[in-house]
Design a protein around this ligand. Structure first.
Ligand SMILES: C[S@@+](CC[C@H](N)C(=O)[O-])C[C@H]1O[C@@H](n2cnc3c(N)ncnc32)[C@H](O)[C@@H]1O
Length: 218
């Protein structure tokens, strides 16, 4: 696979899925083809996202990692001390993560962010979302953002790491980078905005944003 454009397979499979009106089916095909060496997963860095690694501090309680892919972020979060659940819509991604991290304390499972288990509502002390909402077509963003925020329990924290773009800026999808107003939307539904960092590095535009759900008043 040396010399190939790492984005080529994702672009091809996404185009086929989206043409059939299927927003997420291409992830399973991409991970399944990667398992046989027939495709490259372009976001597979074999390490936690640097903006997560730089942010994480030891903690405790329950954590949920959204769209966990091959598991590096989930393993990092578990290493901080959290009892960690990590989910992905792709069965192959979940299987590959379990194979990579045999004996891991992370509970990997298949689930759809757009239709998650009811028991996860406001159930986590830390929710980590790295580049999942942006992997969905723009019309699905509002619903996906609301679902992510709803996982955060009273007193809990949400960390969002995403690519960014200006309001109405051009999109060469996938992904569909998040706009300033989309980032602010994570704070809807009773969450508080703690810190929103807009990070620019040459052409790269990223967000690292933290939100908190106020603790329940007794
Ligand atoms: C761009 S990848 C990022 C993966 C991982 N978070 C990382 O940073 O390496 C987006 C991930 O979200 C998953 N995903 C996409 N739509 C999803 C959905 N509706 N529910 C759960 N996972 C989803 C994909 O399978 C993929 O693993």
């Amino acid at each position: 696979m040396a010399g190939r454009d790492p984005d080529e397979d994702a672009i091809r499979l996404a185009a086929e899925s989206l043409a059939q009106g299927d927003a997420t089916g291409w992830f399973e095909r991409l991970y399944a083809e990667s398992a046989t060496g027939d495709a490259i997963v372009p976001w597979d860095s074999r390490s936690p996202h640097f903006l997560l690694a730089d942010w994480g501090a030891p903690g405790h309680g329950r954590a949920l990692v959204v769209g966990a892919g091959l598991g590096d972020d989930a393993e990092f979060v578990a290493g901080l001390g959290y009892e960690t659940v990590a989910f992905d819509v792709s069965e192959s991604a979940v299987r590959l993560a379990q194979e990579r991290f045999q004996g891991s304390e992370v509970r990997y499972q298949v689930a759809d962010l757009l239709d998650p288990p009811a028991a996860w509502r406001r159930a986590f002390d830390l929710v980590v979302e790295v580049m999942t909402v942006q992997a969905l077509p723009e019309p699905l963003h509002a619903r996906a953002i609301a679902k992510v925020a709803e996982f955060v329990g009273p007193g809990g924290t949400l960390l969002v790491i995403a690519s960014g773009r200006e309001e109405g800026g051009p999109v060469f999808a996938p992904p569909w980078p998040l706009t300033p107003s989309e980032i602010e939307t994570f704070a809807a539904g009773g969450m508080e905005r703690v810190k929103v960092e807009e990070l620019r590095d040459g052409e790269r535009h990223r967000w690292r944003a933290t939100f908190r759900r106020p603790a329940a008043v007794h």
